[in-house]
Write a protein that binds this ligand. Structure first.
Ligand code: SAM
Length: 290
């Protein structure tokens, strides 16, 4: 078994299997041991943990995870990588590779069957094109999660962490912060990957809240309101909500709700905090019920 994590060994494996990188799968493999060690440390993986890895590639980070965790399941979409993973992970008996699209995997069932429904850790160097659906899918389907430690595009990591009044603030920031505490733990330059991506990357750890941080009666309505507010970023909150079919209130009633929240009716959605969106959603729901 080749120990991965440096460019020489990665090239050796790629050549042995005549592997061609597939752009459509966002394949940028890690070749820096310092970053790999940093991810494992940030994820806080122990020998008690069940870890789900999304997109193992040739198994570079998987090897580190197998060393640290009790059990690892790695889900990889690219059929050409499956025989490579069988080779690079042959020394470990605590790993299973599943050949599947992660968006089609029932992760709740996996957590139930493999970890008795206890919270799992998710670790991934994500294909950037599915970052948001993966994260939102994990949270919204109420998978028992302890933490998600992931490499994402730097700009997306920033978006998850910021609050109101910044240009990066949006629906993703609010959704992530509703479910978890985000912390950027590492900034990672393109030179740490093969091939090098065009953008900078960052590792962010999302630690699931034990209890959601705001009082909201109807989570679904709150997220619809958030989406409606940011869909039309340049409009006032009142106009954004007025154009949104799910809210069966007239413009005046919407303005009354915004006033009741204690902010000017001309406010834009991007100025509201998560607490304010929760409160607004409770006010709107009450008003819709008459
Ligand atoms: N973890 C490896 C590393 O750090 O070197 C590879 C990371 S690479 C950025 C992303 C990996 O995710 C690739 O192996 C790619 O084939 C895989 N992938 C892309 N889309 C996927 C999907 N929908 N489901 C599962 N794996 C996927």
């Amino acid at each position: 078994m080749v120990v991965l994590g440096n460019p020489k060994n990665t090239i050796q494996v790629l050549q042995k299997y005549n592997f061609n990188f597939q752009k459509k799968f966002g394949q940028n493999f890690l070749i820096d041991t310092r970053i790999l060690e940093g991810i494992i440390e940030a994820a806080g993986v122990t020998d008690q943990d069940f870890v789900l890895e999304i997109g193992p590639g040739i198994g570079t980070m998987t090897q580190y995870l197998c060393e640290a965790a009790r059990e690892v399941v790695a889900v990889e979409i690219d059929a050409n990588l499956i025989p490579i993973l069988q080779d690079t992970l042959s020394a470990y008996d605590n790993v299973e590779v599943i050949h599947e699209d992660i968006l089609k995997v029932d992760i709740n069932r996996l957590a139930q069957e493999r970890n008795g429904g206890r919270p799992i850790k998710v670790v991934a160097n994500l294909p950037y094109y599915i970052t948001t659906p993966i994260i939102m899918g994990l949270f919204e389907s109420h998978v028992p999660i302890d933490s998600i430690t992931i490499m994402v595009q730097k700009e997306v990591a920033d978006r998850m962490q910021v609050g109101p009044g910044t240009k990066d603030y949006g629906a993703l920031s609010l959704a992530v912060q509703y479910y978890a505490k985000p912390e950027i733990v590492l900034n990672v330059p393109p030179s740490c990957f093969m091939p090098q991506p065009k953008v900078g990357s960052a590792v962010i750890r999302l630690t699931r809240h034990e209890k959601v941080p705001v009082d909201v009666n109807n989570e679904k309505l709150m997220f619809q309101i958030i989406r409606a507010s940011f869909n039309q970023r340049r409009k006032t909150l009142a106009n954004g909500l007025n154009n949104f079919p799910r809210i069966s209130l007239g413009k005046e009633q919407i303005q009354e709700c915004i006033e009741e929240l204690g902010v000017p009716v001309t406010v834009r959605g991007e100025a509201l905090t998560l607490e304010q969106f929760a409160a607004l959603s409770n006010i709107i729901e009450r008003k819709m019920q008459g």
